[in-house]
Design a protein around this ligand. Sequence first.
Ligand code: C2O
Ligand code: CU
Ligand code: CU
Length: 489
Amino acid sequence: MKRREFLTLSLASATLLVSGCGDSSSSGNSMVSSSSSNSSSSNNSSSSSSPNFSSRLAIPPLLEGESISGVLHFDLSIQEGKRSFFEGTSTNTFGVNGSFLGPTLKMKNGDAVSINYTNNLNEPTTMHGHGMHLPAVMDGGVHQVIQAGETWSAQYTVKQKACTNWYHPHLMGKTAEHVYKGIAGLMILEDEESVNLDIPKTYGVDDIPLVLQDRFFDADMELDYSPNTMQIMRGYIGDTFLTNGVVNAFVDVQAKEIRFRILNGSNSTVYNLGFKDGRSFKQIATDNSFLESPVDLNRVTLSPGERAEIVVDMSNLENETIYLKDFFQGKDFLKINVKALEIAQTKTPESLASLKKYTIADALNSRRFTLSGSMRSFYINGVSMDKSVINEKIPVNQVEVWEVKNQMGVNHNFHIHATHFLLIERNGKTSNVADNEKGYKDTVYIPPNESVKIMVKMSDYTDKSNPYMYHCHFLEHEDAGMMGQFTVI
Ligand code: C2O
Ligand code: CU
Ligand code: CU
């Protein structure tokens, strides 16, 4: 937390690490070592107390929308605020309808919605529906700027499967800073299948949203967004973990199956999540859909922007405590206290959803994307984001194979707006795709010097002039140009 001491240390280690920047470690662990040196240096400077996890986890308020002539309205205010992250301190923040993060919006497949964002900041921003299948003009990407004092409405009909999506700013060059200050919130989508499953679905009780982030605080306890070149390259990995905006949070749950809807809402940290005691859990959903059946795991890796829904059986854990931990940085996010059962038990079934899966034989076209860069400039296919350039034109309703190659020795991922893809290969092999990556996704992690192949289909919303974006969701990289635009024609 002592930012100045830490800076000196990290600058020293950065100089040592610069030479290692370009070299390749295929495991993706090159980032881990640099980040663990971050956290150990900061731990040393505040080693007096180990965290006691005494702050109750905040559960973002659930908004179900107000129905006006058949359209669900959500009124959201993007605003400045103050938040006490540590006892006796106050930090200037941004938030939505509050001081940090925003409410969870709940909607169902088929709902007509109007999400009305009023920008009460003193600067422009945008608000993007990450994972939402919607028309380009409703996307809230770099082009739908909301000036200070204005309201912008994202109006569309929900046409997609049950999943956990999120909203966040997307202003060109400013996304990272706006998210860092606290603007982001979840969107929970339900469909006919999801409401009929015997899975935990009582919001905040056995269906618990977890927005995982990390931050630096400066000596005045303000959020410190000041990445140096090395941190832009390798990740701006804060020394303080936040769970739903709370530092050292605990949550009380009942002795039953508990579902966590986890969002990696960090700017550029990859988390390798699991329970401290190594217990297993089931992943039931990826970014944009349920998995066909639950996948047993004891770790799940999430890169920035990705989601995983997991179910942990705690029915035999009454009066016990477990911890949700990030094994890459070696720190805990959340203490979980298991209490007596008060609501009905659930039994997550073996069959969760039916997914339409296309195969490579269905593909009519293929595209290649390379991720590269140096210092503070990042490229896709050799060019940086230019708002006035449409990089790709994608024919509607045509299955395509996209190959995305990370040509650097640092982490990247790849996110596509408005569509949901299937991951079919990692490093040239179908067998490298893990079972828990076989649901629909909108963001895929690509470790250093690795590649992926995905099947993409734009099934709607042709518009020759208004583009969507694809980009690396490491927000420092995105803001430094690792983004492109496509239209659906
Ligand atoms: Cu999470 Cu282009 O967005
Ligand atoms: Cu998005
Ligand atoms: Cu990147």
